[in-house]
Design a protein around this ligand. Sequence first.
Ligand SMILES: C[S@@+](CC[C@H](N)C(=O)[O-])C[C@H]1O[C@@H](n2cnc3c(N)ncnc32)[C@H](O)[C@@H]1O
Length: 394
Amino acid sequence: MSGEIRVNGYSERWLGQGFPWVYPKEVVGKKPKVGQKVKIRSASGKVLGMGVGDVGFLAARVFRHDDGPLDRAWLWERLDRAQQLRDVVVEPETDGFRLVHGENDGLPGLRVDWWGHYAVVILDSPAVSFLLRDLVAWLEERRNPRGVYLCYRPDPRDERNAKNFSPKPGLIAGNAPVGPVRVTERGMAIRVLPADGPDVGLYADMREVRAWMEPFWGGRSVLNTFAYTGAFSVAAALGGACEVVTVDLSEKYLDRAEDNFVANELDVSPHEFLALDTFKALDRFRRQKRSFDVVVLDPPSFSHSDVGMWSAQKDYPRLVAASARVMEPGGWLIAASNKGDVSPREFTGWILSGLKKAGRDAQLLRAMGQASDFPALASFPEGRYLKVQIWRVL
Ligand SMILES: C[S@@+](CC[C@H](N)C(=O)[O-])C[C@H]1O[C@@H](n2cnc3c(N)ncnc32)[C@H](O)[C@@H]1O
């Protein structure tokens, strides 16, 4: 059943610029129900858009900024527009990428990743599940997937328990793959598990960073921390790095990193895989007086380990300092943060404060962001989440 909501002047201004969210405190009067399609009006009655109601940190997600229908023709037009971008920016040798990037593709709360022949649909909330039927039909018509998976990734501000979300996550069309799916990123093979939802085993948003680094790995020793399934390690080894040390807390991810070396026919014997907290590893290397030509830092925003809780906000400068202490003069530091609420300027501040702590000067070689299949909509500042800086540490 569709309905109407009214919003205050603050929301009216933002929606007028194309912003896709209405917060609960911006709704004047009755709040919409979860999943209810609503026409959004200003306090004076002007139509501001069409959206769907939700609970939690958002009251409504706004899919269009006129009063047109949220029907199949509209959805397919948005999906075709998203596909057209990927046809241009995703290289032919890449078949693991983001096909639909939520708000930034005009589809708030809906992400779709493409992994070889499989699609993974990631919803921020069950409120947007009304899109599923027509989305699956579009995928079948345009991309012929072998299987389509559904999973949820609620915003951390949304405190609802995703375990109770309906429809249930899992395979929603086609068949499950037998074992891992081999995808390629610019020719590099990575094995992913589409059933694992948002964390299938490759963060494609870093692809352009790996591409930029490609000519520079040769003959260098590389330390890849917070390595996950080792995409940076494999890229470095394929690029001719003489030694790659891959560090992650999780044995399971390290096994997968080693598998990814094997998938690329790389000899693992010159390389090392260390299941250890990054700070402990850095401290061990410092005591051993062991140093590297390239260090990769791509930590999560938060994590727990036996040495305590890691928080990027609090610990990044200390992480940079500890890394600088195990870097050769002229070594390269690749530092990343996917914390959306941190500006590039603030991120630079963390790095500079760490370098200062370690008594090292540095030159900024490159500042990058997420790959172009993760576009950022002009009217949605939250879309520019990934910051990557490459520094030459003197
Ligand atoms: C954001 S992912 C890294 C993505 C990776 N750089 C890539 O491009 O594929 C974060 C990883 O950090 C690991 N991790 C979390 N806390 C850690 C810690 N204290 N020390 C080492 N690894 C940690 C997690 O197991 C996870 O694999």
